[in-house]
Ligand binder design. Structure first.
Ligand code: PYC
Length: 413
């Protein structure tokens, strides 16, 4: 063996660099306390430090970083919404995602695959046409395609007319993408920590001290901290945390389950969604089929998995891809989706002067991570509702100015 090779083999491997420093003592006061170390909270911390110079920030989480819905979604990113407000918002998110790996210096495995929302009824074709027109008007690449075009884009799909719900057309959205969801949280956490933000996992918020219409302190399982401003960015527990601030949210929390198959050779490039059949599927870089269906039909604070979900999903999956009949499901899990009456999020100012909210993400929180982080940071830093978030203000429910996005849901409800 050449000497140089032997020397290399015997050299001690370099210690792996920690992504972020070990959490230290919890400080006594911060300019901003963020409740929730998921993608949204971490992204907001990063943009607060980077774009607004606000670095005395603590991000608290009762569990571990990215352990809630950030690590439990099916990683789909798209901007093909129904309302002009929703399209403009998610368009900015897609633009931020495109350069995020370079910005965070971490490979997020962002992969543009194209996204097909299948239409099996005349009504679904009409909604697809409507979405395509709104999308195009706002500069988002979407169009209505017929079965011949669908066969060209995704030849593996069963386009036979001899099924319960033949495919009549689809909304095709070429920018539709997937990314490594955990890495998005890790990337933002690392970049925020490098700018001086403190990350405190295993630190549960147990109460909020409100005095004269302002939050003055946050009670945690590790003691009380003074806070100049507080941003709530949790999922699943949004109503419970908001309740500590005396706020009542129009939110109903339901489990959303998903699963992955054993790894297969790459065969599915496109992300396939069928709102009518209640199924969505993409193939990850590891070869697993990442699949989901409808939300569970009752409110529940739980992340258990059920056999009904798996059985209910596999019928339509096999209708779309009959050749997968022998493929095994490898893993199953659930997140908790905070559903608002109009299927749009609640973002921005609240009646409490220095308390800000990022909630109600239902089934589309992951794809909004960069834009919600950036715009919530702007909102917290300036104390004003950014124009892009105006339609999503909590007070829209009092004004009855809803932003109805149910027609753009991939998930059956
Ligand atoms: O909005 O694309 C989506 C989606 C897929 C699964 C859950 N949400």
């Amino acid at each position: 063996m050449p000497f140089a090779l032997l020397k290399h083999a015997l050299r001690r491997p370099p210690a792996a660099e920690a992504y972020w420093p070990q959490p230290g003592e919890l400080g006594q006061s911060y300019d901003v306390v963020i409740i929730g170390a998921g993608g949204h909270g971490l992204a907001a911390a990063y943009y607060l430090a980077r774009e607004h110079g606000i670095k005395r920030v603590a991000v608290l989480d009762k569990g571990y970083l990215g352990g809630g819905n950030t690590g439990r979604n099916t990683t789909i990113i798209r901007a093909n919404y129904l309302t002009p407000e929703g399209v403009a918002f998610y368009k900015e998110s897609v633009e931020l995602f495109r350069t995020l790996s370079a910005e965070l210096d971490l490979n997020l495995m962002y992969s543009e695959r194209g996204h097909l929302t299948l239409a099996h009824t005349d009504a679904a074709v009409r909604t697809a046409r409507w979405r395509a027109e709104v999308n195009q008007h706002l500069g988002v690449d979407s169009s209505l395609v017929d079965p011949d075009e669908i066969a060209r884009i995704c030849p593996q799909l069963n386009l036979s007319r001899a099924v319960r719900y033949p495919i009549l057309g689809a909304l095709y959205h070429p920018p539709g993408a997937i990314a490594r969801h955990d890495a998005v949280a890790w990337g933002y956490a690392r970049a925020a920590a490098r700018l001086g933000v403190e990350l405190h996992p295993q630190t549960e918020v147990t109460g909020l001290v409100i005095e004269r219409g302002r939050v003055s302190a946050v009670e945690t399982s590790r003691g009380r901290i003074q806070a100049g401003k507080v941003l709530q960015a949790v999922a699943g527990s949004s109503s419970l945390v908001a309740g500590m601030a005396g706020l009542k949210l129009p939110i109903r929390t339901v489990p959303l389950q998903a699963c992955v198959s054993q790894p297969l050779k790459p065969f599915l490039d496109t992300i396939i969604v069928s709102g009518s059949l209640h199924v969505y599927v993409s193939q990850s870089a590891r070869g697993e089929l990442v699949m989901g269906g409808s939300t569970d039909p009752y409110p529940l604070y739980a992340t258990r998995s059920s056999l009904e979900f798996k059985e209910g999903l596999m019928g339509p999956m096999l209708e779309l891809f009959p050749f997968l009949a022998e493929v095994k499901v490898l893993r199953q899990w659930a997140g908790m989706a905070d559903m608002t009456p109009d299927f749009s999020p609640v973002m921005g100012l609240t009646p409490i002067e220095n308390y800000f909210i990022d909630a109600g993400w239902g089934t589309w929180g992951f794809k909004a991570t960069p834009v919600s982080g950036k715009r919530m940071a702007e909102c917290v830093a300036t104390g004003r509702q950014p124009a892009l978030l105006e339609p999503f203000a909590l007070e829209r429910f009092e004004r009855v100015e809803l932003v109805g996005e149910k027609g753009a849901a991939s998930v059956g409800h």
